[in-house]
Design a protein around this ligand. Structure first.
Ligand code: AMP
Length: 398
């Protein structure tokens, strides 16, 4: 059984075709510059490639290019889309409505649309993908929505409420929703598998550290708390996002610099974080290289981010009254031994001990704590596409 996984952005479309018999990726690719010009780059698992520049005024033409790449190009992997059992879509914001993944119908589309207010950059773009698939494949292929927020829907009110006047929660749904839920769920499921224990019997902290970053506390098999909030701006500093800061600093700056709400949003989302502090880049590799070369602001950015990560981990240990296992994932979490060492070396007070040799490994699933460590620490590469494909298969099999 083959599942097609789609992650549609406003001008891009990422996809993977996964064979669920062995969970192997048969092909993956990316359409870019949709609405402007159009280009596809497609890779089959055996190394064959196909790329082309072709007009993509809308996502429909992008999907037509994908169908061609998968079924007819020199890197084709199937004869026809009829071989595909279902399509799984990544949807960023499911609000309080979608507590789990679901089959897409017109009612679901309406609800995702309503939730666009909470994710104006993402949900409309995700829906472009859904609608284009319906246009091209009709009702023939079932489509499933998998929400980044669902995993966090188990948070109790004490974790998700903001201490603002209650009416803003009632009127506008202003509360914490979290993000990266598909990744936190995948990694914590895998961690429980490796530990050979039921997830409900473990206190877990998952650190998804990439260009976007979030940390989640998982207790009794469910999300207790997470660092991202009403939007993925919350939490701690990321590539270009500020994370939490005193809102008064923003109102003060808005007055001083005559900034509109949109300006503040842009500054906090696109010009802050590691980029804002270092002035070098939003990319961890560039910042680490600059820091090693003596760049003081790059060094400060790294120190600040690591310190904030440590504080989140520490606060979640307290929130759960302990921790059994910690997992690092995402581009930085999987590839930055120095960051992991910093965090773990500051957790020796609860008996964390890491194996420096194992910790040097990058991008691999590995236990980096020693056998003597009272907390098991892992690197577990995330795989959101596989998580979406698994959900999709489960839902169409029901
Ligand atoms: P993601 O958003 O999960 O793709 O992660 C992107 C981030 O991971 C970027 O900041 C990269 O610099 C960082 N990253 C990827 N590979 C490495 C590496 N080998 N060493 C350090 N950071 C890395």
């Amino acid at each position: 059984m083959k599942i097609f996984v789609v992650n549609a952005g406003s001008s891009s479309l990422k996809y993977q075709l996964i064979d669920m018999e062995n969970e192997k990726v048969l092909a993956k690719g990316l359409c870019e510059r949709i609405g402007v010009s159009g280009a596809i780059s497609h890779k089959a698992a055996d190394g064959r490639n196909y790329s082309a520049e072709t007009p993509m005024p809308t996502h429909s033409e992008a999907f037509e290019a994908v169908v061609y790449a998968l079924t007819k190009s020199e890197a084709k992997v199937i004869d026809s889309f009829d071989e595909i059992s279902a399509i799984g879509h990544r949807i960023v914001q499911g609000g309080s409505i979608f507590k789990e993944s679901c089959l897409i119908d017109s009612e679901v589309i309406d609800k995702i649309e309503q939730l666009s207010e909470l994710a104006p950059l993402h949900n409309p773009a995700n829906l472009l993908g859904v609608r284009a698939c319906i246009k091209i494949f009709g009702e023939k292929i079932p489509q499933v929505a998998v929400f980044d927020t669902s995993f966090h829907q188990t948070m109790p009110p004490k974790a998700y409420m903001y201490p603002l006047p209650y009416e803003y929660f009632e009127k506008y749904g202003v509360r914490k929703y979290g993000a990266h839920g598909t990744s936190h769920r995948f990694v914590s499921d895998r961690l429980a598998d490796i530990e050979g224990k039921a997830k409900k019997d473990l206190k877990i902290i998952t650190c998804h550290l990439g260009n976007g970053c979030s940390i989640t506390a998982i207790k009794d098999g469910a999300c207790l708390d997470t660092s991202m909030g009403f939007t993925p701006l919350d939490g701690f500093m990321m590539g270009t996002r500020s994370g939490t800061i005193d809102p008064s600093a923003l109102t003060y700056l808005a007055e001083k610099e005559n900034l509109s709400p949109a300006d503040v949003n842009r500054i906090c989302n696109k010009e802050s974080g590691m980029l804002g502090i270092s002035g070098v880049s939003n990319d961890n590799r560039d910042i680490c290289a600059a820091a090693e070369g003596g760049n003081k602001r790059a060094q400060l950015a790294i120190e600040m981010q690591r310190y904030e990560i440590l504080k989140f981990v520490g606060s979640y240990i307290a929130a759960m009254n302990g921790v059994d296992a910690i997992a690092f994932t995402g581009g930085i979490g999987e590839n930055d031994p120095d960051l992991r060492k910093y965090v773990c070396d500051n957790l020796t007070f609860i008996g964390v001990e890491i194996d420096d040799e194992m910790n040097k490994l990058r991008g691999k699933e590995v236990k980096i704590s020693t056998d003597a460590s009272r907390v098991n620490v892992y690197v577990i590469p995330t795989n959101e596409e596989l998580a979406i494909a698994r959900d999709t298969l489960e839902i169409i099999s029901k």
